[in-house]
Design a protein around this ligand. Structure first.
Ligand code: AMP
Length: 420
């Protein structure tokens, strides 16, 4: 299958070629023709599947095919977080670079005046977070009455963040005759209900087994006494010569604390979370992308939707309460078909979380210890009903596990493979 078979026009094919994509991903193959035909879609796709291009490309094509005399918002894309909204907006700009369409992105934390000015000048595509969108609606700076297509990206996360009332309000402002695309990594009953309410005979597209991790990610757990996690992480960064790693902590304070401690250990590290100003978050992300910062320490909400090209490594400094957050976290690596590594540092008090994650993934993840950092109380076996390793979910890619910066790897500290 190639992009040219999907019915996309020359301008879009040229933008795709500029990106160097050789073939459409699964979701692109299935969603693009359906969206071009004007149908609604309910898509189960996680980040890393190419979902953004899957809805952006056909919507841009539909927009460019018919141009009304005056400019109105005809496509609305709603995303739960600022970072995701910004990334969707970047994709719209990238894929639409050869088209004469205007787009803008609005989210909280940025001065509203500039956004109002841009909206006044007229845009075809608006990308927004729900709160800021309603704020602009209340100020009469946004008119949604000409919207033809609406996208709800990461709808499950929107529900988790309490945006359902906002979404309901937004739909009241959009014509009933419209195309609606709903994307979600998971399918809870709440998502099914939402789909029944807002979508019209949607085509259901599921590209990866629900709740299965992107399987080009090499996952492992390191058992360690919790107070020694920071020391172990510094040791791994040094020993692995890691240049770029995204580290997850459970709390904002924990993120700040870890960033400071790593800095004291000589690692360039910065924290990104909801208490930071938008400017600070943007700067941190830019420095990280440009390799000025080795370790980006993030909380789950802040990291939502981060799209960093070729991010080789995700570290869970602490495991999340919710096993689905583990999936979201490790989904930051192994994107676009590239190999990635996810390492979790696990204290004995997190055994229950390991079990939940393995149950969700239906996979046993190898547990290891690092020489010199073995837990004082030893490692107890985890008993659960996870399938044995080697029988991975459908579509699993086998092969050599990825290693970050394999060429530069120095070996300080040997990992022992002790299966738990
Ligand atoms: P997404 O799932 O939308 O977050 O996209 C994940 C990553 O895949 C992004 O960095 C895209 O640039 C990349 N991508 C999207 N479509 C393709 C494709 N057909 N081939 C290779 N990479 C792609």
């Amino acid at each position: 299958m190639s992009f040219s078979n999907l019915g996309l026009n020359a301008e879009l094919l040229s933008a795709i070629a500029d990106q160097g994509y050789s073939a459409p991903t699964d979701i692109q193959t299935r969603a693009i023709p359906t969206i071009l035909a004007g149908h609604d879609i309910l898509a189960g796709a996680q980040t890393g599947t190419g979902k953004t291009a899957a809805f952006t490309l056909p919507l841009l094509q539909r927009l460019s095919a018919a141009k009304p005399a005056s400019r109105h918002i005809r496509v609305l894309m709603v995303a739960p977080t600022r970072e995701l909204a910004q990334q969707v907006a970047d994709s719209v700009r990238t894929y639409g670079r050869h088209l004469q369409l205007r787009s803008t992105v609005v989210y909280g934390g940025m001065p509203i005046g500039k956004q109002i000015k841009q909206l006044k000048e007229g845009v075809d595509v608006l990308i927004a977070t729900p709160g800021r969108l309603l704020d602009l609606v209340n100020r009469r700076s946004v008119d949604l009455s000409h919207v033809e297509s609406v996208v709800l990206d990461e709808a499950d996360r929107m529900l988790d963040m309490g945006f359902l009332p906002a979404i309901e309000q937004i739909f009241k402002l959009i014509p009933a005759e419209r195309q609606t695309l709903l994307l979600s990594a998971t399918f809870s009953d709440a998502i099914k209900k939402m789909s029944a309410r807002f979508l019209n005979k949607p085509e259901y597209i599921q590209v990866a087994e629900a709740n299965s991790a992107s399987l080009n990610i090499d996952q492992s757990f390191y058992w360690v006494d919790s107070p020694r996690k920071r020391e172990l992480l510094s040791h791994m960064i040094d020993g692995g010569d890691w240049q770029q790693l995204l580290v997850f902590t459970r709390t904002k304070r924990g993120a700040d604390r870890l960033a400071k401690q790593l800095q004291a250990d000589g690692v360039t590290a910065t924290a990104i979370h909801g208490d930071k100003t938008q400017n600070a978050r943007t700067r941190a992300l830019r420095d990280f992308k440009h390799n000025k910062v080795t370790a980006l320490i993030a909380t789950d909400v802040a990291a939502r939707g981060l799209d960093i090209d070729h991010l080789p490594l995700v570290i869970n400094f602490e495991l999340p309460d919710n096993p689905e957050d583990y999936l979201h976290r490790i989904g930051r690596t192994g994107r676009g078909g590239k190999a990635g590594t996810a390492i979790s540092l696990v204290g004995s008090d997190e055994r229950g979380r390991v079990s939940s994650i393995q149950r969700l993934l239906k996979t046993k993840i190898p547990g290891k210890t690092m020489t010199g950092f073995e837990p004082a109380g030893g490692v107890r076996e985890i008993r659960d009903d996870a399938r044995p390793r080697g029988k991975q979910p459908m579509g699993a890619k086998r092969g050599a596990p990825a290693q970050p910066n394999r060429n530069k790897r120095r070996s300080s500290g040997r990992a022992q493979n002790r299966h738990t």
